[in-house]
Design a binder for this molecule. Structure first.
Ligand SMILES: CC(C)(COP(=O)(O)OP(=O)(O)OC[C@H]1O[C@@H](n2cnc3c(N)ncnc32)[C@H](O)[C@@H]1OP(=O)(O)O)[C@@H](O)C(=O)NCCC(=O)NCCSC(=O)c1cc(O)c2ccccc2c1O
Length: 272
């Protein structure tokens, strides 16, 4: 399979998706997400694959979310994706992001986030919905939405609250601060923190352990863990509609423009 924005590898029972936009700290575009959907679907149906790893290229970032440089009034611009032969190429970015999240949750195989640097915004949500997150000690975690004129009022907030608790989830979203890997471990946001040069090795060991286990037992457990939070998919879809409408507003644009112009946003006039 040929991809432009991701590297997709399969070896020894593993499928590995590497988000490969190093120059943008692995921020994703529509194409990146569509390629991830294609790779995740392939990993789902391939009987040789028992575990999936998601990581970022380079040593600075896992992913920093939506690519702000291609965001305009009305949402994210699409690239030409004909070469991908993809039936969903007209979907807006929040819909593609939602499909990636729901695929990660639905695939009846463990999905491991190997967090090698910044996991920010929609990139943070990607690791939150993975079955396990293993972090380099240099990784940084956080949401950015209210700072840059965006929000994930579905899995990114409601499911995050299940993981770290209501108060912490609200703090993470409202204040848009960054958290260290040790902070993340303490709040139950990641499973393990390891030195950066050991990240790959530890993730490989965890994959080896998972591959020794009964795949049907793992699949049933994953479905069971998902069951209680499955209703969040409904609110996630509603939130996607709200986000697409919000991206059409001057308020949302002020957040994006301020980030790109490296200045503080001025949201004062939008208070209600
Ligand atoms: C990630 C940072 C905290 C890093 O800060 P640092 O100071 O280390 O580095 P710089 O700020 O100088 O960044 C280096 C370089 O990278 C560019 N860059 C960083 N982030 C992005 C980005 N998201 N898109 C494009 N480019 C990015 C930056 O401009 C610099 O370029 P230079 O050319 O100047 O060198 C910090 O960069 C940061 O806070 N980044 C913003 C993160 C962000 O806003 N992410 C998007 C949030 S919204 C989102 O992800 C999102 C997507 C969805 O699809 C959703 C779907 C449904 C619901 C919600 C969604 C959602 O919220």
């Amino acid at each position: 399979m040929e991809f432009q924005d991701i590297i997709y590898e399969k070896y020894d029972g593993r499928a590995k998706i590497i988000i490969n936009r190093v120059q943008k700290l692995n921020a994703f575009s529509n194409l990146t997400l569509q390629e991830m959907i294609k790779a995740l679907t392939d990993a789902w149906v391939d009987k040789n694959v028992g575990v999936i790893i998601i990581t970022g290229a380079g040593d600075r970032a896992f992913s920093v979310g939506g690519d702000q440089s291609i965001r305009a009034k009305g949402g994210y611009e699409s690239e030409e994706t004909d070469s991908l032969d993809f039936p969903l190429d007209n979907l807006p970015l929040p819909n593609n992001h939602a499909l990636v999240l729901q695929l990660i949750r639905t695939i009846p195989k463990p999905v491991i986030a190997s967090v090698n640097g910044y996991a920010i915004g929609g990139g943070h949500v990607l690791h939150v919905v993975c079955d396990m997150s293993i972090a380099a000690s240099t990784a940084k975690f956080g949401q950015a939405g209210p700072r840059v004129g965006s929000f994930d009022a579905g899995y990114g907030s409601a499911y995050l609250a299940r993981v770290v608790g209501e108060k912490k989830a609200r703090e993470i979203w409202y204040l848009c601060e960054q958290y260290s890997a040790e902070d993340a471990l303490q709040m139950g946001l990641v499973n393990r923190v390891v030195p950066p040069d050991k990240l790959n090795e530890v993730v490989e060991e965890i994959c080896a352990s998972l591959l020794e286990k009964s795949p049907t037992a793992l699949a049933a457990l994953k479905a069971s863990f998902n069951a209680e939070t499955e209703s969040i998919w409904g609110i996630h879809n509603m939130a996607g509609i709200a986000l697409n409408l919000y991206y059409d507003t001057e308020e949302a644009l002020e957040g994006k423009n301020a980030f790109m112009e490296k200045r503080k946003p001025d949201f004062a006039k939008y208070r209600k």
